[in-house]
Design a protein around this ligand. Structure first.
Ligand code: BGC
Length: 758
């Protein structure tokens, strides 16, 4: 019996909710709106965490909590579920949520890497596996995908999203929601998806995590909203609010944002959760007077579940109702949505998990294959002078694998990984060794120590999360040792970047330099004259100006996950060719930030590259850029019509040919530009893409459709979506500088949709 059958029809569910609600006290209702962190019992849980967890158990035992996050062991899920069900008169079970961001036990590449695959099917498959593993241990719901557009790489959370572009972001958002949730809420072996953080969080002032966001209406509707729209259209059952102030009003208490935009314009009808402690922090922001006011104002805007660590604001809901600050009906509306999702998921009928089954799902070897493929597909080749890559194993006698990240199993997994199994994780060094076998001598030296953060972050407390420097590590001697290994080897594979907790939440930076002494190490290795392959392990663009001129081969491998080492070896030795493309414009230096490809034409476009007198204002690598071991050519760009009445579509076709001698993947990208209208439009906007595999000499005709969905935009002049009579340019090619173009006109204008003026 599927969960849907178990759950019953919508009417039956609503009737059950009504019945439950009718018998609940206000305190019980407040309990249903409260979600707690639970760290107790986990490896690394300290005195505070264990005490906090004891308090949570007290709350569960008296019906004071509805949901828990961070419980990951199926036995613990069952124990706490029993406590919950027995702790309330109505037998209402708990919902277990967790940050399943890029894998549960099997860790996939970080989300920015998966976006670089430009392969929604691979991303959907990966999140399907993540859902299967999480659901097997009893997790019902993931706080993912993170769909925040990020245009400022100083912001550490750029690693969790799909980069700078709304179209690519929307494609990735939809794919992830489908992967997590399947085709309906409550599908077997799937979890509820919770796109976050609604909305605009990626535009934090100065790239400083949590700081305020000031977004123009045009950026809000045209850039930051589309991935959320796509996630909602894909059926996301949950949305998480954001921490920061949006144009002066905290997102978590922002009536316009949550009711008019999310529930109104986007039509979201699922349940809303706050980010951690974000209801309490309505008071911290200087928005709510106190916790009672914070609770009342959050319920007023339809914030259903408060995610809390301790002392939830919703514990003050009874006071708020008594004081007349909030009505019981408003509280009931939130409780309804929470009960409804529990019923829809079938948690009432099947609250417990089978621990044996969980173990076998986690051990499924096919999951590791999906991870290997995802890692292969997300790597981006940035430089390959003289065709240094792929390396030929038969011609190599010695390889030096250098850098402190090269041998690390923890760092290769990236941030936001918790339940990984280091035993089955393959480091870069191990992947290369396994691929070369006894055919070549593979040596390793870290060269430099991992750089330190100025302050520690919440994630440092998880076991193994901070790199350990060997006792007596002699910095100068280690650097020399690494350089000597490079000198005496046929090739040096140098792995540089940021160890995993230098990026992510609470990991913004004021610089994009390779941190620590890594630049010095790289220069010294290159100076030996040994051919160098630089593998960049990162979740954001780093300053590669020197490398882009002096290092012959640069492959961005991101944090590639459990199978990262194996996949990287597959790529280095040419078993597969890299085919990923950049999901952001790669800045030359931090001073250019933010740099985007979709800026408007503005004044004096001929001098677009000369906006700074001390550095070109173009990026180091354009959005959508990525090389292969072969080459591609585009031709025969054909539009099936050149006059397009509003509301109709046209077909674009183009031929792409593999002009090299090896097979490879290409991501064909379609960009448009509206020449004039009620607003100035970006010089280019991505409106279609396709990743194709082509054998040597092979070609394929690709087809794209352009219509109202691609051509409408939100105009600041009309304060609504418009579809205008204009002339449009179209380009198709391998990155955002594509030169093969055509044009067409739209002949009638119209308002293309209804938004809520912002
Ligand atoms: C993050 C969220 C995350 C939550 C729970 C918060 O600090 O902003 O993205 O889902 O913690 O771990």
């Amino acid at each position: 019996m599927s969960n849907v059958e178990a759950a019953g029809s919508t009417e039956e569910i609503r009737a059950r909710v009504d019945k439950l609600l009718a018998g609940m006290t206000l305190a019980e209702k407040a309990g249903q709106l409260t979600q707690y962190f639970y760290f107790g019992g986990n490896e690394g849980a300290d005195e505070w965490a264990n005490e906090q967890s004891r308090q949570v158990e007290v709350a569960l035992g008296r019906g004071g909590a509805s949901s828990l996050l961070f419980v990951r062991d199926p036995g613990e899920v069952n124990r706490l579920q029993r406590l919950t069900i027995e702790g309330n008169r109505h037998g209402i079970p708990a919902l277990f949520g967790f940050d399943v961001i890029h894998g549960f036990r099997t860790i996939f590449p970080v989300p920015i890497a998966m976006a670089a695959s430009w392969d929604p099917a691979a991303v959907e498959a990966a999140q399907g596996v993540a859902a299967r593993e999480a659901r097997a241990v009893g997790i019902h719901w993931t706080f993912a995908p993170m769909v925040d557009i990020a245009r400022d790489p100083r912001w550490g959370r750029i690693v969790e999203g799909a980069g700078e572009d709304p179209f690519l972001g929307a494609a990735m958002a939809g794919a992830q929601v489908r992967g997590f949730q399947g085709d309906h809420l409550g599908a077997p072996e799937r979890v509820v998806a919770g796109p976050k953080h609604f909305a605009g969080y990626g535009a934090a002032l100065g790239g400083r995590d949590y700081d305020e966001v000031n977004l123009s209406a045009s950026e809000f509707w045209n850039v930051y909203l589309p991935p959320f729209r796509a996630a909602v259209e894909a059926g996301a059952g949950n949305v998480m609010t954001a921490y920061m102030d949006l144009n002066g009003v905290p997102a978590t208490g922002n009536r316009w944002l949550l009711t008019e935009v999310l529930r109104g314009a986007l039509g979201f009808d699922g349940f809303l959760v706050s980010d951690a402690n974000a209801v309490r922090s309505l008071a911290t922001h200087g928005f709510a007077a106190d916790l009672t006011d914070a609770a009342a104002r959050a319920v007023q805007v339809g914030l259903d579940l408060e995610m809390a660590i301790e002392d939830p604001a919703y514990a003050h809901l009874e006071e708020a109702v008594e004081a007349g600050a909030i009505s019981v009906e408003a509280v009931d509306a939130c409780v309804r949505r929470v009960l409804e999702v529990k019923l829809r998921l079938g948690v009432f009928d099947q609250p417990y998990v089978d621990e044996e089954h969980a173990r076998s799902v986690l051990a499924d070897p096919s999951h590791r294959e999906v991870a290997r493929l995802a890692a292969q597909r997300s790597a981006v080749l940035l430089r390959n002078e003289g065709g240094l890559l792929p390396l030929e194993p038969a011609r190599l006698r010695s390889v030096a694998v250098l850098g402190h990240l090269a041998a690390s199993r923890r760092d290769i997994l990236g941030p936001w990984s918790f339940e990984f199994d280091l035993e089955e994780t393959v480091s870069i060094l191990e992947g290369i060794r396994a691929r070369l076998g006894s055919g070549a001598q593979v040596t390793h030296a870290p060269g430099v120590r991992p750089p330190e953060r100025l302050f520690s972050s919440i994630f440092d407390s998880f076991p193994g999360n901070v790199p350990v420097v060997a006792d007596g590590f002699d910095d100068d001697a280690e650097l020399v040792r690494a350089v000597e290994l490079a000198r005496s080897s046929d090739v040096a594979v140098v792995v540089l970047g940021e160890w995993q907790n230098l990026v992510g939440e609470q990991a913004s930076r004021s610089s994009l330099d390779l941190p620590g002494r890594q630049p010095e190490l790289l220069r010294a290795i290159v100076a030996t004259g040994t051919p160098v392959v630089l593998l960049v392990m990162n979740g954001r663009p780093l300053d590669m100006r020197w490398a882009a001129e002096h290092v012959p081969a640069i492959l961005d491998i991101w944090y590639p996950g459990t199978q990262g080492g194996t996949a990287v070896a597959d790529l280095l030795f040419g078993d597969v060719a890299p085919g990923g493309k950049l999901p952001f414009s790669w800045p030359r230096s931090v001073g250019q930030v933010p740099v985007i490809y979709s800026h408007t034409t503005s004044h004096d476009p001929d001098k677009q590259a000369e906006r700074y007198w001390d550095e070109p204002s173009t990026p180091l690598y354009p959005f959508g850029f990525g090389l292969s071991y072969t080459s591609f050519a585009y031709s025969d760009l054909v539009l099936d019509r050149h006059e397009l009445p509003a509301g109709e579509t046209l077909q674009v076709s183009v031929e792409v040919r593999n002009t090299g001698e090896r097979p490879g993947d290409e991501v064909a990208q379609l960009y448009v530009h509206q020449r004039y209208g009620s607003s100035s439009r970006p010089v280019r906007e991505l409106k279609g893409f396709k990743r194709v595999h082509l054998g040597a000499g092979e070609s394929q005709t690709l087809r794209f459709t352009l219509g109202p969905a691609e051509l409408r935009y939100w105009s600041s002049a009309a304060r609504d979506y418009v579809l205008e009579a204009s002339t449009f340019d179209v380009w198709v090619g391998g990155d955002s500088t594509a030169s093969l173009g055509a044009s067409f006109s739209t002949t009638a204008a119209g308002v293309a949709g209804t938004a809520t003026a912002g």
